[in-house]
Design a protein around this ligand. Structure first.
Ligand code: OOG
Ligand code: NI
Length: 459
């Protein structure tokens, strides 16, 4: 809801994402190459498939495609996370989902800030995957205390960011000038700092505990570590990355290629070794740090709990068998996933995915049975289109983390009920993704019913 005189949250989010995309393009030029590849591939897919373009336009997804991105940051304390939550709320972004990465040996847990309603998503579905370091998972007490001391000393938000966030909370919005200033100020939090807050020895010790500990605790701020555009054909993007000599990840994370994409497929180019300057010493000591990378994703149908369970089952099966190590993993994955229906009607009838129901005619034919949804769909009166998955996949996220951390760290921490502690730090509950998708589907059915009754009574 936008109050007159205030800039809408959606507009602030769009302005912020444009500013951040521009900043990242200058900081990591390879990201610019990636955007070019994705734009080229998307344009080719759409020009070869007029029906897909028409579909995207009808569903209100066409406009968002070119500007769709997600990014990721990692923070060190609950207080930082709680302030982020308030700051993202100014941009209409709220915490959705809980991801425990500790099961994959990564000492963080995460949520994603994103718009929650369809109107906001179709305006600009910008998301930020946000991880909180779990210091309690560091065994060495001395290093744990050192990391905690470093984190307690840093201030990752500018004073103005905090003031403007308070102003938004107090007044219920920001006027144009304040909104523009907010965007500029918030950008500072995401900026890269090539100089560490520790000497080379401390960096090395924390890096040896886990590379993520160094990435979070040794720097002044939670630099944005990637920005991910959405493509309509991730295999084409992957092939082009390799053709251009970009150091891409070996396999695409997520489900295999299908006629009707489900969930999320992702690939990335490996993190760049960037020069950093350690604190202390006369001229400073130089080193390198690998944090920032590029990623591309293709999004598809949001699955119901039943569909998700089938996905997890097949993925585990594919990964657990001998073929998993083979070079033809993709083929192996496709073979295992042949048990996942790839027909929209079957997916819908078996309640494996969420759908958006819309009336697509001006007049309902006489004699149509308004209570028979299936026959209305068969007659072309109602259209059921896939609801797009807007969230992340923990197994994929772990794979992305690991490919950028030098690969093979598989140390696992005991899985625990840590969600409550993340929510406590956040100062709010995270929304449950399944509930959001189910809500969109139910709303569409209710709207449809009203429209059918209205069309019939005037017809
Ligand atoms: C986040 C990795 C997870 C995704 O798309 O699953 C992620 C990180 O490396 O901080 O971005
Ligand atoms: Ni990502």
């Amino acid at each position: 809801m936008t109050i007159p005189g205030f800039t809408s949250e959606h507009e602030i989010r769009t302005a912020f994402f444009m500013a951040m995309s521009k900043m990242y393009r200058t900081e990591v030029p390879l990201y610019g190459d990636l955007l070019d590849i994705v734009d080229g591939v998307n344009a080719r897919v759409l020009s070869a498939d007029a029906e897909m373009e028409a579909d995207l336009r009808r569903r209100g997804e066409y406009e968002r495609l070119g500007q769709e991105r997600h990014g990721a940051i990692r923070v060190g304390t609950g207080e930082e996370l709680a302030t982020l939550r308030r700051m993202f709320a100014v941009m209409g972004m709220h915490p959705v989902g809980y991801y425990d990465l500790s099961v994959a040996g990564v000492p963080v847990h995460s949520t994603a800030f994103r718009p929650v309603d369809l109107a906001g998503l179709n305006r600009n579905p910008f998301r930020v995957f946000t991880s909180l370091l779990r210091l309690e998972l560091i065994d060495d007490a001395e290093l744990r205390n050192e990391a905690s001391r470093l984190l307690s000393q840093r201030r990752i938000f500018t004073d103005r960011t905090l003031e403007l966030t308070e102003q938004y909370e107090r007044d219920g919005g920001l006027e144009e000038d304040a909104a523009a200033e907010f965007v500029t100020e918030v950008l500072e939090t995401f900026r890269w700092h090539g100089d560490t807050v520790v000497d080379a020895g401390t960096y090395k010790k924390l890096n040896d505990v886990h590379r993520l500990v160094a990435d979070v605790a040794c720097f002044r701020g939670p630099h944005i570590n990637h920005l991910t555009p959405r493509t309509l054909d991730i295999d084409a993007v992957q092939a082009e990355m390799l053709a251009r000599g970009i150091d891409a990840k070996d396999v695409i994370e997520g489900p295999p290629r299908r006629e009707h994409p489900i969930l999320l497929r992702q690939t990335s180019f490996k993190a760049l070794e960037e020069r950093i300057k350690f604190h202390g010493g006369d001229d400073g000591v130089m080193g390198t740090h690998a944090a920032r990378f590029g990623e591309i994703e293709q999004r598809g149908l949001a699955l119901t709990p039943k569909g998700r369970a089938l996905y997890e089952e097949l993925l585990a099966e594919a990964r657990g068998t001998k073929g998993a190590q083979a070079r033809d993993f993709e083929e192996h994955l496709e073979a295992v996933f042949s048990r996942f229906p790839d027909d929209l009607t079957v997916l819908r009838r078996e309640e494996l995915g969420y759908f958006n129901y819309r009336l697509v005619v001006d007049e309902v034919p006489r004699g149509a049975d308004l209570s028979d949804l299936e026959s209305l769909i068969a007659q072309g009166v109602v259209e059921a289109s896939p609801i797009i998955y807007e969230d992340f996949l923990p197994v994929s996220a772990a794979g992305i983390f690991q490919s950028n951390l030098g690969g093979t760290e598989q140390k696992s921490y005991s899985a625990s009920e840590a969600k409550a502690s993340l929510e406590h730090a956040l100062g709010a509950a995270v929304a449950e993704p399944f509930e959001l998708y189910a809500g969109v589907q139910e709303d569409s059915l209710e709207r449809l019913e009203t429209q059918l009754v209205r069309t019939r009574s005037t017809g």
